[in-house]
Design a binder for this molecule. Structure first.
Ligand SMILES: Nc1nc2c(c(=O)[nH]1)N[C@H]1C(S)=C(S)[C@@H](COP(=O)(O)O)O[C@H]1N2
Ligand SMILES: [Mo]
Length: 450
């Protein structure tokens, strides 16, 4: 050992993952490295972070402590990047973490989701294609509702604003792949932790009002949503993404055609001047730069539909195994998820700290969150958090809790949400699928006391 002392395990991993692995596991990084943190490894790690790990005895076998898990590059990655890459984009926080550049994708670290209403600069960004140029005359932006309707509807944004009743709601927008990085083996796609979500104030008109005006025919069973963003290849005839929902979900009165975010005109990067917001389901159905909603007499087949996109296995499959398309169905409601938004992962607290106040958020797709529990001893014992009501349906729920610590040392704080159906967050991302949907294991933050 070098004798250096890091401030936290997180930093140890961030600055020198190879050395951190060598300390913990007694050898270089490798595919089998996950899963065993031996007594010697633990002692080496404690020495390196300058603190004991008091609850090591109850550390579940096979689990990598959160501080490691969150900053260890996937075993299959060719070159370990040295720490996260931060977003540089006008109007967006430079603390968002870039997950992909082409297309541009960036997530919000959990501790930046500490506001009750997610500010626009902190809301995650997910694109599948190119980012279109900003509309010069937003009020002339046109959307069309056609297909299985009595009367094709063509409306400008100006007409939307003047002819229909505007509503403002705080709604969770969450990427279908949120939590993907927690799958083992690694699933295909952007490696989201928990930061592909936020709850902001959205203003627009109810989609249901527009559908009523168009007159939905009984033959309409599904929708297809279109935006104007060019395909990554530059081929303008190919949509970058076009998904849809069954008619029952489409008619939900909580769906909005949106033109403002947190009281300001919807920024171009978030799909301005007009986007769809269909809360509770994968974000991919909430088309940005909305140009058309096509009502169809069969399931939609645009890019992003079918095969393994936004789909989960009907019957559990072997993790990493060969998927059979017939065993897949569209992901609908997002699963229950709770996050700790304060303290941040890797926080160092003064020696002698005996109590830590926690803040967080929890949400559960189409459902509500009925309970949040927190643990400081790897789940051996749990403390009930105080969970607020959502501001309106499809909002997230803020929660607070206070936990006691028995001594100085390294602790992990875990949070576990339970939805209104009684479903809890699991310890691990289960029900593996090739593109990694539905990963919602408990969120864990590491704190070092003293
Ligand atoms: N036209 C269009 N709409 C889109 C996308 C896209 O690539 N093009 N991405 C979708 C996905 S996958 C998500 S998660 C959300 C992200 O919205 P945001 O970038 O405003 O956070 O937009 C959805 N709407
Ligand atoms: Mo997404």
């Amino acid at each position: 050992m070098s004798g250096r002392t890091e401030r936290s395990i997180e930093e140890l991993y961030r600055d020198d993952p190879e050395r951190a692995d060598a300390l913990a596991f007694g050898r270089e990084s490798g595919p089998n490295r996950r899963g065993f943190l031996g007594g010697a490894g633990l002692a080496a790690m404690s020495a390196a972070v300058g603190g004991a790990i008091p609850f090591a005895a109850t550390m579940p076998g096979g689990l990598v402590p959160s501080a490691f898990a969150q900053s260890t590059p996937p075993a299959a990655a060719p070159a370990a990047p040295k720490g996260p890459q931060y977003l540089k984009f006008p109007g967006k926080s430079d603390k968002l973490v870039v997950l992909g550049e082409k297309p541009l994708v960036a997530e919000t670290p959990e501790h930046l989701l500490d506001d009750a209403t997610t500010p626009t600069d902190k809301l995650f960004v997910r694109n599948n294609g190119q980012i279109p140029d900003e509309a010069k005359e937003p009020d002339k932006w046109k959307i069309t509702i056609d297909g299985e309707v009595n009367k094709k509807l063509e409306l400008t944004l100006g007409e939307l604003k003047s002819k229909y009743k505007p509503v403002t709601r705080r709604l969770v927008l969450e990427c279908g792949g949120n939590g993907r990085s927690f799958f083992t083996p690694q699933a295909r796609g952007n490696q989201w932790t928990n930061g592909g979500a936020g709850s902001s104030e959205w203003t627009g008109v109810r989609l249901a009002d527009l559908l009523k005006a168009a007159g939905v025919k009984p033959s309409a069973v599904f929708s297809g949503h279109y935006g104007t963003d060019p395909h990554l290849s530059g081929d303008a005839s190919k949509p970058s993404l076009s998904r849809g929902v069954p008619i029952k979900k489409l008619m939900d009165e909580n769906n909005l055609v949106v033109w403002a975010l947190n009281g300001q005109p919807l920024p171009n990067i978030h799909g301005g001047p007009v986007r769809l917001l269909i809360p509770g389901w994968p974000g991919s159905v909430s088309a940005k730069w909305l140009s058309r909603i096509w009502l169809r007499d069969k399931v939609h087949d645009g890019p992003g539909m079918g095969q393994f996109s936004y789909r989960v296995a009907i019957k559990p499959m072997v993790p990493g195994g060969k998927p059979d398309e017939k065993n897949f169905k569209d992901m609908e409601s997002m699963p229950v998820r709770s996050i700790i938004t304060s303290p941040a992962n890797g926080t160092k607290l003064p020696a002698g700290t005996k109590e830590v106040k926690l803040r967080g958020a929890a949400w559960a797709g189409d459902y509500t969150v009925k309970q949040v529990d927190v643990s400081t001893d790897f789940g051996a014992t749990w403390t009930r958090a105080t969970v607020e009501s959502p501001k309106n349906k499809y909002d997230w729920q803020r929660w607070t809790a206070s936990v006691k610590l028995p001594s100085d040392g390294y602790f992990e704080i875990w949070t576990r949400g339970t939805d209104s159906k009684g479903t809890m967050q699991p310890h691990l991302a289960g029900f593996w699928n090739p593109q990694g949907y539905g990963g919602n294991p408990m969120h864990r933050v590491a704190v070092l006391v003293g």
